[in-house]
Each structure stands twice: as structure tokens, then as C-alpha cells.
Write a protein that binds this ligand. Structure first.
Ligand code: FE2
Ligand code: FE2
Length: 226
């Protein structure tokens, strides 16, 4: 069978610094949990570049920020949540970039995106690149991928497969009731209204509609109605 050509890569991914940072981020996140590991980073990278394609954003800043945005995860997990992974990640990103040859200005722009990417963070995105990273990161929690990640996360914390909306409302974080359905009800379904760019909001509406219909059907099947 003839070999199928690989899909064309955005030119920024051939950049020397971007390639070096991609290797470094992959290494740093190798031990990460499935729901927040390097696969998530690669999807966020692709989404960010897609959202930013026609926006006039600096693709190099955006790619570097997407690759480094969650490098502080391990530190946050190890501290039991006391350390904010966005703040720790911003400091780590600056250090890595300077070590790999970036100048101060580039390192500062990327670190700023990383510091402001968190959904519940106090530091809100200001630059276009920071807004695009924020949107790309949240989009990965919606749609078919988002549903899959919600179940993966529930598995990681030992939660049940499903609970009713009423039971989900009473459940606690990281307990058996912290199901994918609960994640959808209390957090994910509110994401589309929080996104910051028109392209991000359009994609979020489509992905949220898919996730909503999935959980509606799941609820019916779980109740034996279908
Ligand atoms: Fe994050
Ligand atoms: Fe993320």
C-alpha cells in the first residue's frame, strides 16, 4: 500500500527553539496523569495554532506557551494544591526558555501566557496570545475529547462511572461521587461563556452541544430508559 503523506505541519513547529522546547516539555511531563499529560499539551498546541491562525497572533509565542503551559502540574500535585501550577509553570517556562537561547522579552511574553492560563486563576489573560492559549486549553475539556478526559480523570480519582444530577450536586471533589457527569454539571458546561476570543467561543459552542447530548443520553441509559 502506498505510504500516506503526513499532514503538513504549521511552519512554526519547525522553528529550532520550538522543537527544543517541545522535547523538553515532553520529557518534563512524561510522568503526568493521563488527563493532564503531554497528549493534552499536544492537543492544546494544535488548537491554539488553529485559533490563532487568522488572528494576527505571534505563532512562536503561542506555540511555546502552549507547550509549557502545564509544566507546573507535578509541583502543584506534589504540594496537594498549595502551589499554583500556572505560577510555578511561568517561572519554569522563563528559566527553560532562557537556557535554550530565547531572549528576555520572548521569555517574558511566554511566561505571561502561562501565568494567566488557569480557569480559576486571579491573573486574567491580557495579550492576544494569552487569550488564545486560555481558550485552547479550555476547549480540550469540551466535545468528544472533553468527555473522554472527564472519564479518565474520574478514573484517576477512583470515582464511580455515573451518578444522578442530585447526587452529583452533593458529592465532593476527588471522592467516589466526583464523576464525569459531576465534572460536566458543575464545571465544564459553564466553560463556553467564559472564553475570550470569537473563534474560541464558536468552537466551544459546538463542542459543548456534543457533550451536553452525550450526558443527556448517558443519564437516560443509566436509568434504563433507552
Ligand atoms: Fe493548566
Ligand atoms: Fe492545560
Amino acid at each position: 500500500m502506498p505510504k500516506r503523506a503526513a499532514p503538513p505541519q504549521p511552519p512554526v513547529l519547525r522553528d529550532r527553539l520550538v522543537r527544543a522546547v517541545r522535547r523538553e516539555a515532553r520529557r518534563l511531563m512524561a510522568a503526568g496523569r493521563g488527563s493532564h499529560g503531554f497528549d493534552h499539551v499536544e492537543r492544546v498546541l494544535a488548537l491554539a495554532l488553529r485559533l490563532g491562525a487568522a488572528s494576527g497572533a505571534d505563532g512562536r509565542v503561542l506555540a511555546l506557551a502552549a507547550l509549557l503551559h502545564d509544566i507546573g502540574r507535578a509541583e502543584e500535585d506534589a504540594s496537594g494544591g498549595a502551589i499554583c501550577h500556572a505560577a510555578a509553570g511561568a517561572a519554569g517556562a522563563r528559566e527553560i526558555l532562557l537556557r535554550l537561547g530565547a531572549d528576555e522579552r520572548l521569555a517574558a511574553r511566554v511566561a505571561d501566557c502561562v501565568r494567566r492560563h488557569r480557569f480559576r486563576g486571579a491573573a486574567r489573560p491580557v495579550s492576544l496570545e494569552a487569550k488564545l492559549l486560555f481558550d485552547a486549553d479550555k476547549l480540550d475539556s469540551l466535545g468528544a475529547v472533553g468527555v473522554g478526559r472527564a472519564f479518565l480523570f474520574a478514573g484517576e480519582v477512583g470515582a464511580r462511572l455515573h451518578n444522578s444530577a442530585a447526587a452529583a450536586r452533593r458529592a465532593r471533589d476527588y471522592g467516589p461521587g466526583d464523576t464525569a457527569h459531576r465534572e460536566w454539571l458543575v464545571k465544564l458546561r459553564h466553560i463556553p461563556g467564559r472564553l475570550l476570543t470569537p473563534a474560541g467561543r464558536r468552537m466551544a459552542a459546538d463542542r459543548a452541544a456534543f457533550a451536553a447530548s452525550f450526558f443527556e443520553r448517558f443519564d437516560e441509559e443509566a436509568a434504563g430508559k433507552r
